[in-house]
Design a protein around this ligand. Structure first.
Ligand code: NAD
Ligand code: TYD
Length: 337
């Protein structure tokens, strides 16, 4: 039996990963530490919290004593660190918590992984650490880190700490750098679920600037299978880029959502751009594809249709999130923009 210490497993990608592991890997147990910030939601794990191979702990990755207790109690083989503050726009308003969780929290986990000589430390990073591309070219694992937002700067700092632990001592790590994810349980502060929610409610769709920024979209379950591959077959102390080879402008994505929901393009509203907005992300995934035999299995057309259907059939989940605190967030970010 393998025991994974998953952090941030009540968030978007973490909960998709935990469900995948419990469904598909009967020889694996999961200890899931999540502080349940605004982005963490136990409803994302409905039907899985009672699973005997899953232990959920509410708590902070910065809490060294708690992390130590968890590791004493369970015979952990590997840490997979999803826990993070993850939204660029929030990092532009309130960067401090990004340093706390993304940098100091990662350091807390690294210390224990090293002390306990764990088999592997997998850091879930992002392509945003590489900065922004012009119209041509791709991020490879050799692209120098050049983060542009407080979010991506905090993620790059964490990556460098992980590499420093691997270089200075014998911590066995992997870093995965994935492009933009989409799919079920995505918090509606991020573009795709925000636009779906607004379109469903006939509200304006706030496109930043000219809307010609490019992102490389990957269906979340394909990201999860890539992480599993890296965890179980990845070469130690190696970085793997993960991408969908699926570049779209934001306007293309928004128009597709409107079309599928039968809503008019007149709902699109161009609003003031994000400060320092990265123009284009595009990932070269050839390393993970050739070394580990991973490839995305869900096309964008299929994935966006599945995602929209999921939001339509989970209106209770969405309704509970967009009531309350979310309203004031939306007001703060978008009113008068
Ligand atoms: P998310 O915001 O949906 O989830 C983050 C989770 O971490 C939440 O459940 C939250 O409660 C938890 N958390 C936050 N601070 C914590 C703390 N101090 N201690 C314990 N738990 C804490 O984020 P996501 O989109 O699922 O992203 C997960 C990881 O993947 C992040 O590290 C992010 O940088 C990375 N990533 C995300 C994307 C994407 O498109 N969403 C792409 C590439 C990489
Ligand atoms: P987002 O989902 O925040 O991911 P990231 O900034 O990490 O790539 O945004 C995706 C793209 O959509 C990005 O170019 C910013 C843009 N965007 C909008 O145009 N309007 C919005 O309301 C949001 C949240 C994002």
């Amino acid at each position: 039996m393998r025991t994974l210490f998953v952090t941030g497993g009540a968030g978007f990608i973490g909960s998709n990963f935990v469900r995948m592991v419990l469904d598909e890997h009967a020889d694996t147990t999961v200890v899931n530490l999540d502080s349940l910030t605004y982005a963490g939601n136990l409803e994302n794990l409905k039907g899985y919290t009672d699973n005997p191979r899953h232990t959920f702990v509410k708590g902070d990755i910065c809490d060294a004593r708690l992390v130590e207790q968890i590791v004493q109690r369970h015979n952990i083989d590997a840490i997979i660190n999803f826990a993070a503050e993850s939204h660029v726009d929030r990092s532009l308003v309130e960067p401090g918590v990004f340093i706390e969780t993304n940098v100091k929290g990662t350091l807390t986990l690294l210390k224990i992984a090293l002390e306990k000589k764990m088999e592997r430390f997998v850091q879930i990073s992002t392509d945003e650490v590489y900065g922004s591309l012009g119209p041509e070219g791709y991020f490879t694992e050799q692209t120098p880190l050049s983060p542009n937002s407080p979010y991506s700067a905090s993620k790059a700092a964490a990556d460098m700490l992980v590499q420093a632990y691997g270089h200075s001592w014998d911590l066995r790590y992997n870093i995965t750098r994935c492009s933009n994810n989409y799919g079920p349980y995505h918090f509606p502060e991020k573009m795709i679920p925000l636009m779906i929610n607004n379109a469903l409610n006939d509200k304006e769709l706030p496109v930043y600037g000219d809307g010609l920024q490019v992102r490389d979209w990957l269906y979340v379950q394909d990201h999860c299978t890539a992480i599993w591959k890296v965890l179980t077959e990845g070469r130690p102390n190696t970085v793997y880029n993960i991408g969908g080879n699926n570049e779209k402008t934001n306007l293309e994505v928004v128009r597709l959502i409107l079309e599928r929901l039968g809503k008019p393009d007149t709902l699109i509203r161009h609003v003031t751009d994000r400060p320092g907005h990265d123009r284009r992300y595009a990932i070269d995934s050839s390393k993970i594809m050739t070394e580990l035999g991973w490839k995305p299995s869900v096309s964008f057309e299929e994935g966006i249709a599945k995602t929209i259907d999921w939001y339509l059939s989970h209106s209770d989940w969405l309704g509970r999130i967009v009531s309350g605190q979310y309203q004031s967030y939306y007001e703060q970010m978008y009113a008068g923009r």
